[in-house]
Design a protein around this ligand. Structure first.
Ligand code: ATP
Ligand code: MG
Length: 426
């Protein structure tokens, strides 16, 4: 993005709503120390946007003219991190404040050695330092490129971000196609911010997303996982899902799921996301594995059918399909080992929850994944895959005392044991 050199707007405290008391003390301390040492330092990005909107920022980031090593030299508890960007993490008490040196964007490539650009025009690594103005123009959206100087209490705006904030508009800095080519993750961020803030995306941005969506193929799966969790674990999951599908982005996160989604309201992903939103509203914990398990459930059934159709036994087909599907999904959105293990546990427990093997009911209830597997079973009931009698039974037995539990177990109809057919010797 080539910057159009211009004087930034300085918005004085009388013209905005930020109160210094809303700023985290550790972030203030870091900015003040940097300024006293003679560097430029500001709060920047999401925290300034959220402060202007009178909402509580998730975290406070600092941008400065000091180089990472200089920041390190200034604070006792400071670590330099990051390969893609070098950042300083300053620990103040229990808090960590992220401090980034002003960087330049793709239009300011002079030091080509410092920047790696892929064949698709994607920036792979960039550590090209710049001035504050460069730093503003390399950011993604105008509302994310605002700076706040706690000393003068001025908001500094190079890109009309404050105006866009007041007009509820999410606008890319520069040409959206160019900005999405540089970093395709910005498309996912566009959806996330527009949904979270209730801001409109203009047609140029929407069209650019539709055009650039396939570039998400080139994003490392680990970054896709980070973004997926931000999209689905913060209370706007269902709406994000709707817009991601509308703009053709969801297929690049979960291609196998996209193929299986029927367009009715009751599909597993929708039910799972509605329930995740509900849990977030209630302050209950949410785990990534649950979403993976739900998103991939229907594709899993299709794969099991395929393997069974080729003559594989049911149990073996199920196990093989779970491993293969998680491996193939991991090419798009990373499924770390630990998450994959929990997903398989949730899936494997379904069979046992349906069977209700009387001897192992108590062990099942104590299983660390019982709760997630039970929640999963509830969604399957909503889809008509299992009957209400089954889920009601599991709902009741969890809260019973041991005696009542035994009674419920005894009252189960004895299961017909399947007779194992002996394999004939070949
Ligand atoms: P959130 O409230 O979700 O944390 P945020 O705006 O703070 O939103 P972060 O991911 O924490 O988002 O990033 C901090 C800032 O860094 C952003 O406000 C933006 O200015 C800049 N930024 C982050 N990711 C990108 C990107 N992919 N391209 C350009 N700028 C980015
Ligand atoms: Mg942030």
């Amino acid at each position: 993005m080539l910057k159009q050199s211009r004087t930034p707007q300085h918005i004085p405290p009388s013209a905005h709503q930020i109160s210094l008391s809303a700023v985290s003390k550790p972030a203030l301390e870091v900015v003040t120390n940097l300024a006293q040492a003679g560097y430029e330092a500001y709060l920047v990005g999401g925290c300034v946007r959220d402060l202007l909107l009178q909402s509580q920022p998730k975290d406070f980031d600092v941008a400065t003219s000091a180089y990472p090593e200089q920041v390190k030299g200034l604070f006792r508890n400071c670590r330099l991190i990051g390969r893609r960007f070098r950042l300083a993490h300053v620990r103040i008490g229990r808090d960590i404040v992220e401090v980034a040196t002003f960087r330049a964007g793709a239009g300011e490539i002079e030091d080509i050695e410092q920047r790696h650009v892929s064949a698709e025009g994607q920036i792979m690594r960039d550590n090209v330092y710049g001035c504050m103005e460069d730093d503003a123009f390399r950011r993604d959206f105008t509302i994310n490129a605002l700076y706040y100087d706690p000393n003068s209490q001025h908001v500094i705006d190079y890109v009309d971000g404050v105006a866009h904030l007041n007009e509820d508009r999410l606008v890319t800095i520069g040409d959206p196609v160019e900005r999405f080519r540089e970093d395709p993750v910005r498309m996912l961020r566009a959806v996330r911010f527009s949904v979270k803030l209730g801001f409109a995306l203009n047609d140029a941005t929407k069209n650019a997303i539709i055009e650039c969506a396939p570039l998400l193929h080139h994003v490392p799966p680990s970054r896709m996982l980070d973004e997926m969790l931000k999209l689905f674990h913060y209370g706007h999951a269902l709406e994000n899902f709707r817009i991601l599908r509308q703009l053709g982005l969801f297929a690049y996160l979960f291609p196998f799921t996209e193929q299986c989604i029927a367009d009715d309201k009751h599909n597993m992903p929708r039910l799972a996301l509605a329930s995740t939103d509900q849990r977030v509203r209630e302050g209950k914990p949410v785990i990534p594995a649950f979403l993976f398990a739900c998103f991939l459930w229907e594709p899993l059934q299709a794969d099991v059918d395929k393997l069974s159709g080729r003559g594989m036994r049911a149990r073996a087909a199920f196990t093989t399909a779970t491993f293969d599907l998680l491996r193939d999904q991991g090419v798009h959105v990373a499924v770390p080992k630990r998450i994959g293990m929990i997903v398989r546990e949730i899936w494997n427990l379904q069979h046992r929850l349906e069977q209700r093997p009387s001897k192992s009911i108590v062990t099942l209830i104590r299983h660390p994944r019982f709760r997630a597997a039970y929640d999963f079973l509830l969604l399957r009931e909503a889809l008509g895959e299992v009957g209400a009698e089954l889920t009601e039974w599991w709902t009741r037995i969890q809260d019973c005392n041991p005696n009542d539990q035994q009674e419920m177990i005894m009252a189960l109809k004895p299961q017909k044991r399947k007779r194992r057919r002996r394999r004939r010797a070949a």
